[in-house]
Design a protein around this ligand. Structure first.
Ligand code: PHE
Length: 357
């Protein structure tokens, strides 16, 4: 037994990596390891022999196991030390010309969308990504127990016991910024609000964090016709195709009445999507006339004012415009992907100079 012990402890001390350790573990205390086979022989011994051999074998097994664990931890520490020693970065160095960073397609598309709406007189508004359930739901005419709350797959912030602040959520859409901006600025109003939103969902076309752009126009004489014109102007400029057709389908949102989902004209040729031609339709946004209760929640008089609102997926329209097939790749931070789909940081999109040079 001493021979076994000396042999394995020496091997463990010399093991160079985790796979070597694993091989030693199997040879010693694995199912068919030397120590395990010895343990099986206990059955053939006399009771007296067993009484001394049993505990000794168990002790040997324990000793080998703890030597394995200790060596594994030491190897891990050494590997971390080595990484810390080699993987460092001097952030004060000037950038290398051949290694410029790129703008992420979402940043680029946000800039493009902002440039188009700015030209039409819309200002940019912002709101917090962590908001109260009042702003995210109640103020938007989605009371507790309304099915829309469940449908949104909301992430709720943890609340400690005795915490009596209002419940907070990761905003499920940019619509709460409608309320915050009405409260802060009153009417008339013409804004867009781009930003990150969150829902518990994950597949090829859904990620738990994604981006929307909200639009809101409030005045004394706003109608669905204004909404349609604004959106058609927007899509023509964004996709750089004159006279792109839209289709409004009746829909339902608690915060708009009437509500419409908007599709843009497209075609599929040999599995390739083309925007702005053909007779297929692609859904791109939700919209409608702001519900009087929502105006009231934002402190705007619904007797005097009305408005339109829309909410559009930024990631979605970025995929359509730049032919990006999988939404999840947006958030993988794969450098090769970022270099391929990224944009030059110095080409600021403007309507005059072109959006997506
Ligand atoms: N907030 C809606 C959504 O996330 C979109 C929307 C915004 C619809 C504004 C109508 C008006 O699905």
């Amino acid at each position: 037994m001493d021979d076994l012990k000396n042999k394995y402890l020496a091997e463990i001390a010399e093991a160079a990596d985790e796979s070597a350790l694993e091989a030693i573990r199997l040879a010693a205390v694995g199912k068919k390891g030397e120590v395990s086979l010895k343990m099986r022989e206990l059955g053939k011994m006399t009771p007296e022999e067993r009484q001394t051999a049993g505990p000794k074998l168990n002790a040997l097994k324990d000793e080998i196991n703890s030597a394995l664990a200790a060596r594994k931890a030491a190897l891990g520490d050494a590997a971390l030390e080595e990484r810390l020693r080699t993987e460092w970065l001097d952030v004060s160095l000037p950038s290398r010309p051949g290694r410029q960073g790129t703008l992420h397609p979402i940043a680029q598309v946000t800039e493009e969308v902002t440039a188009i709406f700015a030209e039409m007189g819309f200002a940019v508004a912002e709101g917090p990504r962590i908001d109260t359930d009042w702003y995210n739901f109640d103020a938007l005419n989605i009371p507790a127990h309304h099915p829309a709350r469940a449908e949104m797959d909301t992430f709720y912030m943890h609340r400690a016991e005795g915490d009596n602040r209002p419940p907070h959520v990761l905003r499920t859409h940019t619509s709460p910024v409608q309320i915050r901006t009405m409260e802060a600025k009153g009417a008339p109003l013409r804004i867009i609000c781009p930003g990150g939103v969150y829902r518990a969902d994950y597949d090829q076309t859904h990620t738990p964090m994604f981006h929307q752009i909200e639009g809101l126009a409030i005045d004394t004489d706003i109608s669905m016709a204004n909404l349609k014109w604004v959106l058609e102007e927007f899509f023509s400029a964004f996709f750089e195709i004159d006279g792109i057709k839209t289709r409004f389908r009746a829909s339902h949102f608690p915060f708009t009445e009437p509500s419409a989902e908007v599709d843009i004209q497209c075609s599929w040729v040999d599995g390739q999507l083309r925007i702005g031609e053909g007779d297929d339709w692609m859904e791109v946004l939700g919209s409608g006339m702001v519900h009087p209760k929502v105006l009231k929640a934002g402190g705007v008089d619904p007797e005097k004012y009305q408005g339109f609102a829309f909410g559009m997926g930024i990631d979605r329209i970025a995929m359509l415009k730049y032919g990006i097939p999988d939404l999840r790749a947006f958030f993988d931070s794969d450098l090769r992907w970022l270099r391929h789909y990224g944009f030059s940081a110095l080409d600021v999109p403007t309507l005059r100079a072109g959006l997506s040079r």
